[in-house]
Write a protein that binds this ligand. Structure first.
Ligand SMILES: Cc1ncc(C[n+]2csc(CCOP(=O)(O)OP(=O)(O)O)c2C)c(N)n1
Ligand SMILES: CC(=O)[C@@H](O)[C@H](O)COP(=O)(O)O
Ligand SMILES: [Mg+2]
Length: 641
């Protein structure tokens, strides 16, 4: 009989409880519909596509077998959580993903009880799941009724040290918890490191296909359906012949590798684990990043991140700006410097493309190192490189450098080693929201003795700062620049080292002085134009350095103006705080200077466009104009947008 048209199932699944009665066939259909919905949604919103497509079956199986939200499901990184969000009551909002007032692109506690732990930075899920499991076993508050604790972590994310710290502890504590290793042999780029090779050997060396056959065969002899899961799963548990894996040595029961797309294997296996597991269990699932969508499966990054795209062709919407991206400007400047200095090497923590070091690698394949998701190691690796006479450029997003901060202090700053920190994604980054904001690096670096801290005001300045860093041997030096495109200034032929601790004048006025650190300068100049139209002439200067400060420039601005305003794309405790400290110590405030420091507000700002996020932060041109007017006591009409 011709296949009957299938009744859509996804429309009937508003929460995981609606999945409990579904047959194996239904679950397979639900997975197909969920995959299609994920592709459709991301084609409209843009975002992380490949990872979510790779866990569609895992998502269906976990929510079918376990009792979320009482059972706690924690997604590592969380970039793969869109199918999870669709199945957990957020399908109606899934097309608001990563937009102002929309759904977060990662898991988020405040968004849903099905998100028991937020993420976005990698390798935290096992620690969090273990914490929840121990809280459960200690009798945590009843309303927190905690059942099973399940961490889903990728092969890239399990390369980070924090994952081993967690497994080391889990194997010691022995509380029941479940780790699902989602092994798709991809990080953002192809994975690197011995761990990745080990996982491949586990997969290659296992009776994977016999394993599948055993699972399939077991179905034929199964007793009545109610015994289905238990019997088959016992077979599967017994078949896990991979004794002696690293994970078992750490105290985990290791199951797998299993086909992470085969629901007929996954569901009984998870049922068996749910019924029989004692202590920590690790299930090694083999999946495909981008699974089920050709343009993702066949792309180099397997569809890791996508702009809005045409579902049929996979064609992505193009960025409109014609100014060069800061990341590309940085990469080309570093390549230029490295062509003249063979001591220059570059280090990334699993972000070769995002940092532009993929371009550097094309020119200097032996002078770039991808240390995997291992920022702590990456920083101290650079310290070792510097101690060995090299000129290492530790190239990390501001937010991810946070992961290696003790290494910055202990291994770089105290030893005053000349590590160069190329800090990309400084300031507010847009769709990735609060977890990826580069808000704190000024504060956490400029307070370190011997550190030199710079911020590029535009793409030309960035070229000069790369040259300055390359030439700087007297201790560690950092330069920061934002995500996205430059302002379209003329570009220099080559970078020229800046005089350390020297800012630059942009325009002269008398009413007030605005001292900018970083790329808010373009907004400051726009504000100055608005003020000039009001007959208020302000001085504008670019500080270039948060450390060492340009004392002469700052004291002169303070002396020659009734008001001084600083601005930076960072939280309190950074550039403006250091200027205030200087002015206070020099007694300038005693002489009545009006001083204001414009910094990011003391809140975590949710995702929106960078412009909208800076509007929330009160740091666009209109806000700067208003700040000057208020400091000068000029009453204003309601502020124009
Ligand atoms: C601490 C940290 N460093 C870097 C990143 C950037 N990042 C996001 S996803 C990803 C790769 C994750 O690979 P894997 O865990 O295998 O997940 P997959 O994308 O393959 O599903 C990286 C490096 C991050 N989120 N957190
Ligand atoms: C999930 C994750 O952490 C990365 O994919 C990050 O979103 C990349 O950020 P950019 O898009 O700024 O490179
Ligand atoms: Mg992976």
């Amino acid at each position: 009989m011709a296949d009957q048209p299938k009744t859509p199932l996804l429309d009937k699944v508003h929460e995981p409880a609606d999945m409990k009665g579904l047959s194996a066939r239904d679950l397979r259909q639900l997975a197909d519909e969920l995959r299609a919905e994920t592709i459709s949604a991301v084609s409209v919103t843009g975002g992380h596509l490949g990872a979510g497509l790779g866990v569609v079956e895992l998502t269906v199986a976990i929510h079918a077998v376990f009792d979320t939200p009482r059972d706690k499901l924690i997604w590592d990184v969380g970039h793969q959580c869109y199918p999870h969000k669709i199945l957990t009551g957020r399908r109606g909002r899934i097309r608001t993903l990563r937009q102002k007032d929309g759904l977060s692109g990662f898991t988020k506690r405040s968004e849903s009880p099905y998100d028991p732990f937020g993420a976005a930075h990698s390798s935290t899920s096992i620690s969090a799941a273990l914490g929840l499991a121990v809280a459960r076993d200690l009798g945590g508050r009843p309303e927190h009724g905690i059942g099973d604790c399940i961490a889903v972590i990728g092969d890239g994310s399990i390369s980070a040290g924090m994952a081993y710290e967690a497994m080391n502890n889990a194997g010691h504590l022995k509380n029941r918890m479940i780790v699902i290793l989602n092994d798709n042999e991809m990080s953002i780029a192809p994975p690197v490191g011995a761990m990745s090779s080990y996982l491949s050997r586990l997969y290659a060396g296992s009776p994977f296909h016999e394993f599948k056959q055993v699972a399939k065969d077991a179905v034929r002899f199964l007793p009545p359906p109610l015994q289905e899961g238990a019997k088959r799963a016992k077979e599967i548990l017994k078949q896990s012949v991979m004794g002696g894996t690293l994970f078992e040595q750490l105290g985990f029961s290791y199951l797998g590798p299993v086909d992470g797309h085969d629901l007929d294997t996954l569901v009984p296996l998870l049922r068996a684990v749910k019924t029989h597991a004692e202590g920590p269990v690790l299930i090694h699932a083999i999946t495909k990043k981008g699974k089920g969508y050709g343009p993702a499966e066949t792309s180099q990054d397997r569809g890791h991140a996508r702009a809005k795209f045409d579902v049929v062709t996979g064609e992505q919407a193009k960025a409109v700006s014609n100014a060069p991206a800061y990341t590309k400007v940085f990469a080309n400047a570093l390549i230029d410097e490295a062509g003249r200095d063979d001591r220059i090497v570059a280090v990334t923590a699993a972000m070769p493309d995002g940092t532009g070091l993929n371009l550097f690698a094309e020119r200097f394949p032996d002078r770039v190192f991808d240390v995997a998701i291992a920022e702590q190691h990456g920083v101290t690796f650079c310290a070792g490189l510097a101690a060995g006479g090299m000129k290492p450029f530790c190239t990390m997003y501001s937010t991810f450098l946070q992961r290696g901060y003790d290494q910055v202090v202990h291994d770089v700053a105290i030893q005053r080693l000349p590590v160069r920190f190329a800090i990309d994604r400084a300031g507010l980054v847009g769709a990735d929201g609060a977890t990826h904001a580069g808000s704190f690096d000024i504060a956490y670096l400029a307070n370190l003795p011997g550190f030199t801290v710079m911020a590029a005001a535009d793409e030309a300045e960035l070229v000069h700062m790369v040259a300055t860093a390359a030439a700087h041997e007297d201790g560690p030096i950092a330069f920061r620049f934002p995500r996205g495109e430059g302002v379209g200034v003329d570009m220099p032929e080559r970078g020229m080292p800046l005089e350390i601790g020297r800012g630059r004048m942009i325009r002269e006025g008398t009413a007030a002085a605005i001292l900018s650190f970083g790329t808010r300068l373009s907004e400051v100049e726009a504000a100055a134009e608005r003020l000039a139209a009001r007959g208020i002439a302000v001085t504008v200067a670019d500080a270039r350095f948060a450390k060492p400060l340009d004392r002469e420039l700052i004291l002169r601005l303070a002396r020659e103006h009734p008001a001084l305003i600083t601005i930076e794309e960072g939280a309190i405790g950074g550039f403006g705080s250091h200027v205030a400290q200087l002015l206070a110590e020099e007694g300038v405030f005693d002489r009545g200077l009006k001083y204001r420091s414009m910094v990011l507000p003391d809140v975590f700002i949710d995702q929106a466009s960078p412009r909208d996020m800076y509007a929330v932060a009160g740091m666009n041109a209109a806000d700067i104009e208003a700040k000057v007017l208020s400091v000068l006591g000029v009453e204003t009409l309601a502020r124009r947008g």
